[in-house]
Design a protein around this ligand. Structure first.
Ligand code: IPM
Ligand code: MN
Length: 355
């Protein structure tokens, strides 16, 4: 029997609730498809700080590298907000991404037909939206040196090397080849040298992909265009911080940030996580939307394990649950037939996915 080892990082806030539902669905679909999943849990973020004093324990770094893929919930919360930067939960996540070499963060933004009324934008603007944001994840201003905080000034550095831009550009072009063959590279080349550099290298890589149409857009304009006419985009290729911001904006096209998954891939083991945060304000109430995490589990099956059929089953199960009118609280106002808890949504999707 095919067997895989999944690293599980539940994290903080709603992390444990939503990851439990994703595991429920994974268990159901793996039984139905005849493969075996073993889980190994690791600490990260606030949970790790409470337990070990640091946000990224060595055990986590070593442990995840031995897995076939890692499923991750969310980290952070007010409890740890006042810690020094190197001890913050977010620093743990950034460190893990770096350690795992997951330089390519894929963040799809699609609109479920069932939820076309759930967006704050008109249905005519968003119906059929299908965007893949390819965000560079282990470089740029998030990691650039020097970075310093003083009494009278503070600074960070936005830096990209040729190799970093080349490899993320190739990821974007490869994905575009399997989609509508259009890449829009987003930068701030009218102001930043690092963006000018980015643009030139993306142009070079584009020559390897003559079938793909490449365009460039400044990030401020891209933010505006995402809201004005999101259907113009196929693949958006961008750096770390622009991708962070644009993918949050793009997520709302779908109606709720609680719907969208992400895959962080690169050198070895990939990290699969919802794009939303740990939502400490609703943690523990059982009302979080687990669909983004369940959908991330589906991406994990597809991209890390090659279990396409199982992934399709999960994707279809999510669509069916939405089509049947099941909604968690975040989507209560959108054609809901029944408001369900986080765990009930997990049950429903698990049931559909196992048929
Ligand atoms: C994300 C998050 C993280 C980021 C934070 C929690 C460090 O916002 O995954 O988008 O900025 O990358
Ligand atoms: Mn973010």
């Amino acid at each position: 029997m095919r067997s895989y080892k999944i690293g599980v990082i539940k994290g903080d806030g709603i992390g444990p609730e939503i990851v439990d539902e994703a595991i429920k669905v994974l268990d159901a679909v793996s039984v139905a498809q005849g493969f075996n999943l073993k889980y190994d849990e690791f600490l990260l973020g606030g949970a790790a700080i409470d337990e070990t004093g640091v946000p990224l324990p060595e055990e986590t770094i070593q442990g995840v590298k031995k897995c076939d893929a890692v499923l991750f919930g969310a980290i952070g919360g007010p409890k740890w907000d006042n810690l020094e930067r190197h001890l913050r939960p977010e620093t743990g996540l950034l460190g893990l991404r770096k350690e795992m070499g997951t330089f390519a963060n894929l963040r799809p933004a699609m609109v479920y037909d069932e939820l076309v009324n759930a967006s704050s934008l008109k249905p005519s603007v968003i119906q059929g939206v299908d965007i893949m944001v390819v965000r560079e994840l282990t470089g740029g201003i998030y990691f650039g040196q020097p970075r310093e905080l003083h009494e009278d000034k503070a600074f960070n550095t936005m830096v990209y090397t040729k190799e970093e831009v080349e490899r993320i550009a190739r990821v974007a072009f490869d994905i575009a080849m399997k989609r509508d063959k259009r890449v829009c590279s987003v930068d701030k080349a009218n102001v930043l040298e690092v963006s000018q550099f980015w643009r030139e290298i993306v142009e070079e890589i584009a020559k390897e992909y003559p079938e793909v149409e490449l365009s460039h857009m400044y990030v401020d304009n891209a933010a505006m265009q995402l809201i004005r006419d999101p259907k113009q985009f196929d693949v958006i290729l961008t750096g770390n911080i622009f991708g962070d911001i644009l993918s949050d904006a793009a997520s709302m096209l779908s109606g709720s940030i609680g719907l969208l998954p992400s895959a962080s891939t690169g050198k070895g083991v990939g990290l699969y996580e919802p794009i939303h945060g740990s939502a400490p304000d609703i943690a523990g109430q059982g009302i979080a939307n687990p669909l983004a995490t369940i959908s991330s589990a589906s991406m994990m099956l597809r991209y890390a394990l090659g279990e396409e059929e199982a992934a399709d089953k999960i994707d279809n199960a999510i669509k069916k649950a939405l089509a049947e009118g099941y909604r968690t609280g975040d989507l209560a106002d959108y054609d809901a037939k029944e408001i369900v808890t986080c765990s009930e949504m997990g049950d429903i999707v698990a049931d559909y996915a196992s048929r």
